[in-house]
Write a protein that binds this ligand. Structure first.
Ligand code: URA
Length: 256
């Protein structure tokens, strides 16, 4: 055995465990408890003194997204939000991007390695296919609002847990309400199940119009295949193309 073989074996083992990214050169223990404060401890109250007011409990997890009147305020709230465990292991928070008031909004599942590195949704191979799909119906990426159901990359690209999806849910609901798209396209079974509250698989759901309730009324929803699935199964692009044409027709309906 050469000197390097054990090193390669260790690297391969890490890759298989989902450690596929160098995010820094100094190890960081993100699960370590916060450092103990060196602030002087206040002396106990003198006998007979009035009891000091109870310390307010730690701020509840910030999820009151209805208060956020625009996407920038919502992004700020998400950046300050510590209620999803995925945040501990991710490098970036990947909020949605695109114009408020976009006619089409797309929601995928979760950021991958490229998205985690750049802090933007759908910028890896799936994103490149998504951009080509949009171009095929005459839309530039910049015209479309693109988001995910969770905002941090799950380690090793595993499927986000139900708790992680639930914790992030108010942020996707609020983004949909603020963007108020004419059509919401759900990319893949995970997004469709989360937002439509169904256990039906994407094979049955895709291509069938659904509705998503927002405070301002229902939005038309088209569930379709995830671009990552289409990269693995290009023969299914034919169905995705039909879904895209239906979306294009709905976006154009009523336009002069
Ligand atoms: N896959 C997703 O679902 N979302 C991304 O942002 C990238 C890949």
């Amino acid at each position: 055995m050469t000197e390097r073989e054990p090193l390669f074996a260790a690297l391969e083992w890490q890759l298989e465990a989902g450690v596929d990214e160098v995010v820094g050169f100094e190890p960081v223990d993100r699960f370590a408890p916060p450092p103990v404060s060196k602030a002087p401890v206040s002396p106990p109250p003198a006998p007979g003194a009035a009891p000091s007011p109870a310390r307010p409990a730690a701020a509840p997890a910030a999820q009151d997204t209805a208060a956020d009147g625009d996407l920038d305020a919502l992004r700020e709230r998400l950046l300050a939000f510590d209620g999803c465990a995925l945040k501990k292991t991710a490098t970036s928070t990947v909020f949605g991007e695109g114009p408020a008031g976009a006619g089409l909004m797309i929601v995928g599942e979760a950021p991958g390695a490229d998205e985690d590195r750049q802090g933007r949704p759908f910028v890896g191979p799936s994103g490149r296919l998504l951009e080509r799909m949009l171009a095929a119906i005459g839309l530039a990426r910049e015209e479309v609002y693109i988001a995910n159901t969770v905002y941090w990359r799950p380690p090793g690209n595993r499927t986000p847990s139900a708790e992680e999806v639930e914790a992030c849910r108010p942020f996707v609901d609020r983004q949909i309400a603020l963007v108020a798209p004419k059509v919401l396209m759900l990319a893949g079974g995970a997004a469709a199940k989360t937002l439509l509250g169904t256990t039906e698989g994407i094979m049955r759901l895709r291509g069938r119009w659904q509705a998503f309730a927002t405070p301002d009324g229902p939005v038309d929803v088209m569930p379709t295949f995830h671009p990552a699935f289409l990269l693995r199964s290009p023969a299914r692009k034919r169905e995705a193309w039909r879904d895209l044409l239906a979306v294009k027709a709905r976006l154009e309906a009523g336009r002069p």
